[in-house]
Design a protein around this ligand. Structure first.
Ligand SMILES: [Fe+2]
Length: 269
């Protein structure tokens, strides 16, 4: 029943699954926890990892073929966790000496197909955007606004884990004002990322400003896939069933849009 919008399940491309066998273990765990559809979102443009979009698409096709062969009832579509690097703000455009516009970098990457969002390659409906963990970008609001204006809605990856938001939660208001969706991580809800991330998760869910719950799964042990445990905690222990249901509906909406644009060569069932 669940759509997982943030996973590192593709084997051997970043710090997620190391082998196809690892990926299959993660897939079986996800299905056992109620996940029927999943986006593979390997890292793009971090200082450590960048997975080429062509590799993402091909690796997703290979994984889907193995899932079918192994009779694992999980559909996977390609996407990317695009890193919005604050350091890019000081980049110099060599030819002109002008400062690069960071917002335009994200936009250009999506438009050129150098980054993958959810949906049509050249004009995705949504993009999973990651900000630096230790510093809140000066251009956070303008980045979200520029993408939104171009028809792409930002899904901000795991804001509850960003240091500056844990100290100054109201900083997130500027991106919410510009239309960003916030994606909470299941591990944060379950207390695996410490009390600050758990507290912030609950505060924002209570305030009604969380849009997506996703696993950000990297492996089967320390950062496992599966949505159900976090969903049930939000519903039962925290008494926030409406908020949890809204997150499920939003993830369904992202999936529907992406599926409508899925590469026919993928031959998804
Ligand atoms: Fe991630």
């Amino acid at each position: 029943m669940f759509v997982d919008c943030h996973t590192h399940i593709l084997p051997g491309v970043d710090d997620g699954a190391r082998t196809m066998e690892d990926a299959l273990v993660m897939a079986r765990m996800a299905v056992a926890a109620g996940t029927t559809r999943m986006f593979a979102t390997p890292h793009g443009y971090t200082s450590t990892y960048h997975v080429d979009p062509a590799v993402v698409r091909e690796s997703t096709r290979a994984l889907q073929a193995r899932l079918l062969a192994e009779d694992i009832d999980l559909m996977v579509l390609p996407a990317m966790e695009v890193h919005h690097a604050v350091v890019a703000a000081s980049c110099q455009v060599a030819a002109t000496g002008a400062k690069a516009n960071v917002s335009s970098i994200d936009l250009q990457r999506l438009r050129s197909g150098a980054a993958l969002g959810f949906g049509a390659y050249e004009r995705p409906d949504y993009v999973l955007l990651e900000f630096p963990f230790t510093s809140w970008p000066e251009d956070a609001g303008t980045t979200v606004a520029a993408l939104h204006e171009a028809g792409t809605q930002v899904v901000l990856a795991h804001p509850e884990r960003y240091d500056e938001l844990q100290y100054h939660p109201s900083l997130v208001d500027e991106v919410l004002r510009e239309g960003a969706w916030l994606q909470l991580t299941t591990g944060s809800i379950l207390g695996r990322f410490g009390p600050s991330a758990e507290r912030l998760s609950r505060t924002w869910l209570t305030a009604g400003c969380i849009h997506i719950i996703a696993s950000d799964a990297h492996n089967a042990v320390s950062r496992p896939p599966g949505i159900r445990a976090a969903y049930e905690r939000v519903c039962e222990e925290w008494g926030l069933a409406d908020a949890a249901a809204r997150c499920v509906a939003n993830a369904d909406a992202i999936w529907s849009r992406a599926l409508a644009h899925a590469d026919s060569a993928c031959q998804y069932p």
